[in-house]
Design a binder for this molecule. Structure first.
Ligand SMILES: Cc1cc2nc3c(=O)[nH]c(=O)nc-3n(C[C@H](O)[C@H](O)[C@H](O)COP(=O)(O)OP(=O)(O)OC[C@H]3O[C@@H](n4cnc5c(N)ncnc54)[C@H](O)[C@@H]3O)c2cc1C
Ligand code: FES
Length: 240
């Protein structure tokens, strides 16, 4: 866990309500880990998955859902933000030979970084990304370069007409282990279909580094903290 001031080098809108912020001055972080940003004017930090790391820059992809993320859209280039990064465990990339990556909505953030990490190892993953409609689709051009990509939309306005779990069931390509991040309902149905994978979970967070127990979830081996033992859990371990 590292606490540092990082400099905003870009902060731009990518699609309806979805933004990309690049922060420079960071050390390497593993795919699946997350960070906490102090948004100017807000007491509680906001957690975000790492969407990419390259040459000392961390990228986050964020969806505007409330006052904090709305304020983030106004942060200008050059601003130094307090960031705690290198939080949580990360994905275990060693478990897949033919990886399947599944995301719903803004869950695409850690999945994109993971896809890039597999590509760096010479592995081309299958990626299934779901959005509500075409106006929310992000990172599809980037992912097409490095993965076999299936984009799905709930209203059929782009790609596969349906949710990511239906698209996974309809895949004509083989995979042996999955990595997923998305809304709880997607994770639940994916786990019901197969528990040979890992799920990156979200929870409302207090401290963000293991001290308050506020982010605890129930697992087969008792309560675990999303911020400390997670956010990535074995699918067969969690009860959703
Ligand atoms: C480990 C982790 C990784 C995350 N990664 C990302 C990411 O990569 N991109 C992204 O856009 N968001 C991510 N989130 C969710 C993000 O932290 C919240 O959307 C953000 O904190 C909301 O702040 P706000 O002030 O705008 O909204 P608030 O005013 O705090 O809340 C507005 C609405 O958002 C919901 N909300 C707030 N926090 C969370 C949360 N932690 N999980 C689910 N719903 C929440 C509330 O229930 C409420 O409906 C992540 C959360 C966690 C725990
Ligand atoms: S947020 Fe405090 S223990 Fe996880």
């Amino acid at each position: 866990m590292i606490s540092k001031k990082l400099t905003v080098v870009s902060n731009k809108k990518l699609a309806d309500g979805i933004y990309e912020m690049r922060l420079s001055g960071a050390d390497y972080v593993v795919p699946g880990s997350f960070l906490e940003v102090t948004v100017p004017g807000f007491y509680l930090n906001r957690p975000f998955g790492v969407g990419n790391y390259e040459d000392g820059e961390i990228t986050i992809y964020y969806k505007v859902v409330g006052n904090g993320t709305d304020k983030m859209t106004e942060v200008s280039v050059g601003t130094k933000l307090n960031v705690i990064y290198g939080l949580g465990n990360g994905f275990n990339m060693e478990r897949a030979i033919r990886p399947l990556l599944v995301s719903g909505g803004i869950g695409i953030a850690p999945i994109y970084y993971l896809a890039k990490a597999f590509a760096k190892k010479g592995v081309r993953p299958i990626v299934v990304t779901g959005f509500r409609n075409a106006s929310e689709v992000v990172l599809s051009n980037e992912l097409k370069e490095i993965a076999d990509l299936v984009v799905c939309t709930d209203d059929g306005s782009m790609g596969f007409n349906g949710n990511p779990v239906s698209a996974v069931k309809a895949l004509d390509k083989e995979w042996d282990y999955y990595y997923a991040c998305g809304p709880m309902v997607m994770m639940k149905y994916l786990k019901m279909y197969s528990d040979k994978g890992e799920l990156s979970l979200e929870a409302r967070m207090g401290c963000g580094f293991g001290a308050c127990m506020g982010c605890s979830i129930i697992t087969k081996s008792g309560y675990k903290r999303v911020c400390k033992e997670g956010p990535v859990f074995d699918a067969d371990e969690v009860e959703l």
